[in-house]
Design a protein around this ligand. Structure first.
Ligand SMILES: Cc1ncc(COP(=O)(O)O)c(C=O)c1O
Length: 388
């Protein structure tokens, strides 16, 4: 066996010593409070059946895309999905990427140019940060969900700007680790007033918010004023992949310059068909029923949390993500371990994913979590948090 580099072994040892070493978890044993499958689509037989029917109707039997979408991989399902996304999300055009990570990497590394400025919420997802880091624009963070801070940072950043500088403001409509949301209408106004382009990652809002699960940008009727949206299919849609929504010109640009789009094999037809079928399900009665159930479960979680006097440790959130702050790697891991032993799968989120001191148990709620399961999870939390 070739010897592993010593400096890398040291990095692992350091993480291990700090009790921050990541390990692949065993899954599927207990009650699911940790997956992003908010509506239960990933395991829904109706979705599997309609995907099969769709592939059958289209006489599509291929197992793989066979190449980049710019070469042999642009199978017919892509066009069908992108057309439906454009209608459903009320935008001019859509471009499907292989994942949300790829979409953010491709967008942020290619759209902001040298001399441009990117202002990002301090809690945006790693994929956005990585994309920005790969690009040539200057970037500055502003305080989480704080428009005054955004304006302050913008004023400072503009001092080094010249007349052609574009300013991009980046946020998430539901933050992945906190579950909270910015005031999108206020952000839109601020961006309009200051001539900035707003980009919103809607990964955790699609399927959960909006009349038919369109997300928070459409719920706040802001779609025409947002420069770009990033949506993902691996969360409430229960599948895999992502898309950038925006103008036709933006999509043409990404096809030409987003390297994470160009230099990779496309998604297999089956995956794209699953996403298409998932959107159709979302629009129908079944989807509406699951969305309503999810909202009821979120409300029940809030009531039970308050009844047990736990509201003080939770980040304020009306989404499917509810985070209980339990500072300290060891403490949060202990609580998560005890919950796991008691049959509740909930993820401890550690630094560096969140800032040190802000470690948390992140409860992801689902339409399929029963009230009994939610009550049990919160009761266990109230017992175990006092024991660490
Ligand atoms: C806000 C946000 N954006 C993007 C992504 C990446 O999406 P994907 O899992 O499709 O790569 C995630 C995934 O966790 C996310 O939470």
């Amino acid at each position: 066996m070739v010897k592993f580099p010593e400096k890398l072994s040291k990095k692992i040892a350091l993480r291990s010593k700090a009790k921050m070493l990541r390990k692949l978890p065993e899954t599927g044993k207990s009650v699911d409070f940790f997956s992003n499958d908010y509506l239960g689509f990933s395991k829904m037989p109706e979705l599997a059946e309609s995907t099969k029917a769709l592939l059958h109707d289209l006489k599509e039997n291929d197992n793989g895309a066979t190449g980049s979408r710019l070469l042999s991989g642009n199978h017919a399902l892509y066009g069908l999905l992108e057309n439906e996304l454009t209608t459903f999300h009320n935008c001019e055009a859509a471009l499907v990427f292989n994942s949300g990570y790829d979409a953010n990497l491709g967008f942020f590394s290619s759209v902001p140019q040298r001399g441009d400025i990117v202002l990002f919420d301090e809690f945006v997802h790693a994929s956005i940060r990585d994309g920005i880091r790969m690009g040539n624009a200057k970037s500055y963070k502003f305080i989480h969900n704080d428009i005054d801070s955004l304006i302050e940072v913008l004023k400072r950043a503009r001092k080094s700007a010249f007349h052609e500088t574009e300013v991009y403001v980046v946020t998430e409509s539901v933050f992945s680790m906190d579950g909270d949301s910015p005031d999108i209408s206020a952000l839109v106004k601020c961006c309009e007033a200051n001539n900035c382009r707003l980009v919103v990652d809607e990964a955790h809002a699609v399927g959960v918010f909006g009349d038919a699960g369109e997300g928070l940008v459409q719920q706040s009727r802001s779609q025409a004023k947002v420069f770009a949206r990033i949506i993902t299919f691996g969360k409430a849609l229960g599948s895999h992949g992502a898309a950038v929504l925006g103008s036709k010109e933006l999509i043409d640009y990404l096809v030409n310059f987003a390297r994470s789009f160009i230099y990779t094999t496309g998604l297999p037809p089956h995956t794209v068909a699953t996403v298409l079928a998932a959107y159709r399900l979302l629009c129908g009665d079944l989807g509406a029923g699951f969305r309503k159930r999810l909202q009821e479960r979120i409300a029940f979680f809030g009531k039970e949390r308050d009844r047990l006097g736990l509201q003080g440790i939770f980040v304020t959130s009306t989404s499917a993500i509810q985070s209980a702050i339990i500072p300290g790697t060891i403490a949060v891991k202990q609580v998560a371990g005890a919950m796991g032993d008691a049959g509740i799968d909930v993820m401890p989120i550690l630094a560096p994913t969140v800032p040190q001191g802000w470690e948390r148990l992140r409860f992801c709620l689902h339409a399929y979590n029963s009230e009994t399961e939610i009550a049990k999870a919160l009761l266990l939390l109230s017992e175990f948090k006092n024991a660490v």
